[in-house]
Design a protein around this ligand. Structure first.
Ligand SMILES: [Zn+2]
Ligand SMILES: [Zn+2]
Length: 326
């Protein structure tokens, strides 16, 4: 199925920073629509387009509906080539998939999810990953969740997103390269080494079960950043076992409930980093989820230098969340 012709999306290469940006015109509005409005909150639109899915026969009795994003950043395009303007301004069509996993309750947030709902959601992430990664032109599958205006969510109705994309840039290639180099030098996985060091330090661990650790990373990029990392060495998220999925559901449920109670229902993002699906092998990588509460914004220094300033040491953040009773 091809995207509607009025939608346009392309990838542009940034020759200075050597990374890519997506210009998805179909998602945008008129330039005037970007004027700062007095009311900046996420609008609780009723009737809600996401609620409508659950009136249909197909999804009526379901907990989740997986549907194509109506304003995709990536979609199947008829034109496989986009003419670049010149050597400095290169662009290609943003071919791919952009799906939404819509939850059936308009006002129930992830921190209210039962264990079974978490398990089902993670199963959907896994299955959609497997399906999208089968396409030749999909080289990376991104799974993420935005909650709240500060986290970029435009609709209040809870939903996760999954994108199958043709490329990945330095946010993925940088951890891939670090773990590859570490593996070459020390014959062990960087993330397994970090997990062992965190286990012995104890100070940044919030919660653990048989298969996962939840911790505030030593060099957290935002206040209360949390990483959920498998204890076993697992390079490919799509190969997660039933037992691992069950333990991941438990740790997500507990950690998000702690964030909700301890930080007053903040806006947040979480996302998966896993090995690419570009037919290469990544035995040195170790998938993990990162949860980023959006309780402060990047200012000029962060934007200008890329160096984040945080005000809550990860040790204190972890200790605080560890002690939150849920
Ligand atoms: Zn709704
Ligand atoms: Zn590992």
């Amino acid at each position: 199925m091809f995207g509607k012709t009025k939608q346009k999306s392309e990838l542009r290469f940034d020759v200075v920073n050597k990374d890519w940006v997506v210009v998805a015109e179909g998602r945008g509005k008129r330039p005037e629509d970007f004027k700062k409005k007095k009311q900046e909150e996420v609008v609780d639109n009723m009737p809600c387009a996401f609620c409508d899915y659950f009136c249909s026969e197909k999804f009526r009795d379901k907990n989740f509906a997986v549907v194509p994003n109506k304003f995709p950043a990536f979609f199947l395009q008829k034109n496989k080539e986009t003419k670049s303007e010149n050597a400095l301004f290169q662009k290609i069509p943003s071919n791919g998939f952009h799906e939404v996993v819509v939850f059936n309750d308009h006002s129930k947030q992830l921190w209210d999810f039962s264990f079974n709902e978490w398990e089902e959601l993670l199963g959907i992430y896994q299955q959609r990953y497997i399906d999208l990664s089968k396409e030749d032109f999909v080289n990376y599958v991104s799974v993420f969740h935005n909650h709240g205006k500060m986290a970029g969510a435009s609709l209040i109705h809870p939903h996760s997103q999954i994108m199958g994309i043709p490329f990945f840039d330095k946010n993925i290639s940088s951890p891939l390269n670090s773990s590859k180099e570490f593996f070459k030098e020390k014959s062990q996985c960087l993330f397994c080494a970090i997990n062992r060091a965190e286990k012995s330090a104890k100070t940044r661990i919030i919660f653990e079960n048989s298969n996962f650790l939840a911790m505030c990373p030593f060099a957290s990029k935002v206040n209360f950043e949390i990483v959920i990392s498998p204890k076993n060495h697992l390079p490919y998220f799509e190969k997660i076992s039933e037992q691992e999925k069950s333990d991941l559901a438990q740790i997500f449920q507990i950690v998000l409930a702690k964030i909700n109670k301890g930080l007053g229902s903040p806006d947040y993002n979480f996302y998966l980093k896993t090995s690419p699906c570009d037919d290469r092998e990544y035995p040195f990588f170790h998938w993990h989820f990162t949860i980023m509460p959006r309780i402060s914004v990047w200012a000029g220094f962060e934007l200008g230098t890329g160096i984040e300033i945080i005000t809550m040491p990860p040790e204190k953040a972890a200790d605080y969340l560890k002690k939150i009773k849920i």
